[in-house]
Design a binder for this molecule. Structure first.
Ligand SMILES: [Zn+2]
Ligand SMILES: [Zn+2]
Length: 635
């Protein structure tokens, strides 16, 4: 599967987009050592030296220059139960990370390519590649930060005072770079990147480097340097618009983008900008008709760092001029106009979702069937929205927040007991031990890795309700909406940004034993969901085998085959309306907490990637595998 590459139209001054017409890129997986994006090619004034990827020293990064280094994590707050975090394993897999940073990466590829006419299978292939890379990045980040919490706790036990958190985003990027796991490093894409969709949201700027969307760690303009360019001219390929320049004007489809350079440490313009480096790259891209990718970075509720980054599509550089900026110094300005025929901008969808959250009826006057189809049963309302026909069917069902199990699963539940961790659970906790000796979740309730089954603390444990080992039992936190669409019937989307690894909801209904299910089916009912048919997507979340060669997929504790069915004919919840996808953004994790019958676990759903507001949630129901086919479970 190879993307079709198209050289630019013949250009003046001998510049060609793809210098080697016979070049066909190999599929960009795990290229050996041809990987790098930390080598600073721009000669702007940031620090003039190669970027240091030492993640343990956040002070190496100066805020500057269309720069957004996420130095201040919202999470940099000690949780009262942080001390309850348990180490992951005896053989600390991150111990060798430190030395790995210092290897000098090779230079980035100078080959500019543009992809056109991607076949649908190719598009699927690349989307899957991007999906897996994001899963690895995001789950590894959770792993690294949990390790770091343990390190900080140990340091704080020795020293008093504040211990800065590691830069997990940098650390993960370095680990992946050293193993050749960065995407699209053997070429530089002009225009869209296969597998990256308009509206994709990233919590870390480093992720943009890892995926090849924007290769500069700090600079706002990414460009091929004059030294690397076939005709000696720099060529800009992407920009990040993040409010760092006072002279920027952003009205969505049209951006007046200020060139870079000339700012001091505090982002004040102190000298005139020059037409060189990225600025010259922008001018040359305009001259040659090379479009640029635009990523917007802004504060958004639900992000991890200071900002979230949203890929908003491609823009054409229409004109540029030299102007006196607000500071009184000369700046270059570039007028960027969004190209037509692209999906709606992700950043405007995020803003729209914000307005719905603030005032649903003002933001969308029509289409609500119910402002809470759970009828107050969930802690947050679940909207029912249909602006295409008069179908109100989801209101015909009882909304069921947790699964109803047959009474026999609760027999002897007390005899299994619980833990005695009055101050919160630690490594010694009997419940934590059941999870392979590691904490199943991080401080923010994000799942560390998928497992055959997770044991949370339960009603017979002595730990407090905010114990780290209680996550999915606490119910829905995000605002969901069941909505009607022409393509897929009923679907589910969130009004909040959902972080990768976060709990979404339980898949509820009434549990039937195998025998009961058989009778049910004989009566012609077809509203049964079989848990054993769900794809084992949990194994993808936290699969570090590409990073650690000795990684072993969790297999303990094993569970008996699931023979029960879930009847959703009368009672159900929001999960029932989720679409099927072979490329899902949600996975099923089996969880035990309120009884001890492991043949009857709860089906808990977690996010496999950052899911932007208004994007449809999808599950792998395991049966259908056509790209767009939904299982007609509830439609
Ligand atoms: Zn405990
Ligand atoms: Zn417990």
């Amino acid at each position: 599967m190879e993307p079709k590459l198209e050289p630019l139209e013949p250009l003046e001054s001998g510049f060609s987009l793809n210098p080697n017409p016979s070049y066909r890129p190999s599929v960009p997986v795990a290229q050996s050592n041809s990987v790098n994006a930390v080598h600073r090619l721009d000669d702007d004034k940031l620090d003039g030296s190669e970027m240091n990827l030492n993640a343990n020293n956040a002070n190496n990064f100066e805020e500057d220059e269309h720069v957004n280094v996420d130095l201040d994590f919202d999470e940099d707050v000690m949780d009262p139960y942080a001390l309850a975090i348990v180490p992951v394993a005896e053989d600390n897999q991150l111990a060798h990370v430190e030395s790995a940073y210092r290897r000098k990466p090779p230079p980035r590829s100078a080959e500019l390519v543009r992809v056109t006419n991607l076949e649908i299978e190719d598009e699927r292939y690349f989307r899957e590649l991007v999906r897996r890379t994001r899963i690895l990045y995001d789950s590894l980040w959770i792993h690294c930060m949990l390790e770091d919490d343990i390190r900080r706790r140990n340091v704080m036990n020795v020293m008093s005072g504040r211990v800065p958190r590691a830069r997990g985003d940098m650390k993960v990027a370095a680990l992946m770079r050293d193993r050749g796991l960065w995407l699209n490093q053997d070429k530089r894409f002009v225009g869209p990147i296969p597998g990256i969709h308009v509206g994709d949201v990233f919590c870390f700027r480093m992720e943009l480097c890892v995926l090849g969307i924007h290769g500069q760690i700090q600079a706002g303009i990414d460009y091929l340097s004059s030294k690397q360019s076939s005709n000696g001219e720099p060529i800009a390929t992407s920009v990040i618009v993040s409010g760092g320049y006072e002279d920027d004007e952003d009205s969505g489809d049209v951006i007046v983008y200020t060139g870079h350079g000339g700012q001091d440490k505090n982002s004040r313009q102190v000298v005139h900008q020059k037409l060189e480096g990225g600025n010259l790259g922008m001018e040359r891209s305009m001259h040659h008709g090379v479009e640029v990718r635009v990523v917007r970075g802004f504060k958004y509720k639900g992000g991890i760092g200071e900002k979230v980054y949203v890929y908003d599509g491609i823009y054409k550089i229409e004109e540029y001029w030299f102007d006196v900026g607000k500071s009184g110094f000369g700046v270059y300005k570039f007028k960027l106009v969004r190209m037509e025929g692209q999906p709606e901008m992700g950043s405007s969808i995020l803003k729209f979702a914000e307005s719905i959250r603030a005032n649903p009826l003002a933001a969308r006057p029509v289409g609500y069937v119910s402002l809470d189809m759970s009828r107050n049963k969930e802690q947050v309302p679940v909207f029912l929205f249909n602006d295409i026909d008069d179908n109100h069917e989801p209101l015909n069902f009882d909304y069921q927040v947790t699964t109803i199990f047959p009474p026999f699963v609760y027999h002897n539940v007390r005899s299994t007991g619980g833990c005695n961790c009055v101050d919160g659970c630690t490594l010694d906790c009997v419940c934590v031990k059941k999870n392979g000796g590691e904490c199943a979740y991080d401080l923010n309730g994000r799942i560390l890795r998928g497992k055959p089954i997770i044991f949370e603390c339960g009603p017979f444990c002595s730990c407090p309700s905010n114990c780290l080992n209680r996550v999915s039992q606490k119910g829905v936190k995000n605002r969901f909406e069941v909505f009607r669409s022409m393509e897929t019937g009923w679907g589910v989307r969130s009004l909040d940004l959902i972080q990768a690894g976060s709990f979404i909801c339980e898949y509820t209904g009434v549990v039937l034993t195998r025998d009961q299910a058989q009778v049910f089916t004989m009566n012609g009912e077809d509203s049964l969901v079989y848990p054993n048919r769900f794809g084992e997507r949990w194994a993808e979340w936290g699969d570090f085998s590409q990073v650690y060669s000795d990684y072993v997929r969790p297999s303990y504790p094993s569970i008996p085959p699931l023979e029960f069915a879930i009847d959703v004919s009368k009672m159900r919840n929001v999960a029932c309306y989720m679409s099927h996808s072979p490329c899902p953004n949600v996975f099923v994790q089996l969880v035990m907490y309120d009884h001890a019958h492991t043949a009857y676990p709860h089906l808990m759903l977690f996010a496999m990637e950052n899911i932007p507001p208004m994007r449809e949630l999808s599950l792998d129901y395991g049966a259908a595998d056509e790209w767009t086919e939904k299982l007609a479970i509830c439609n």
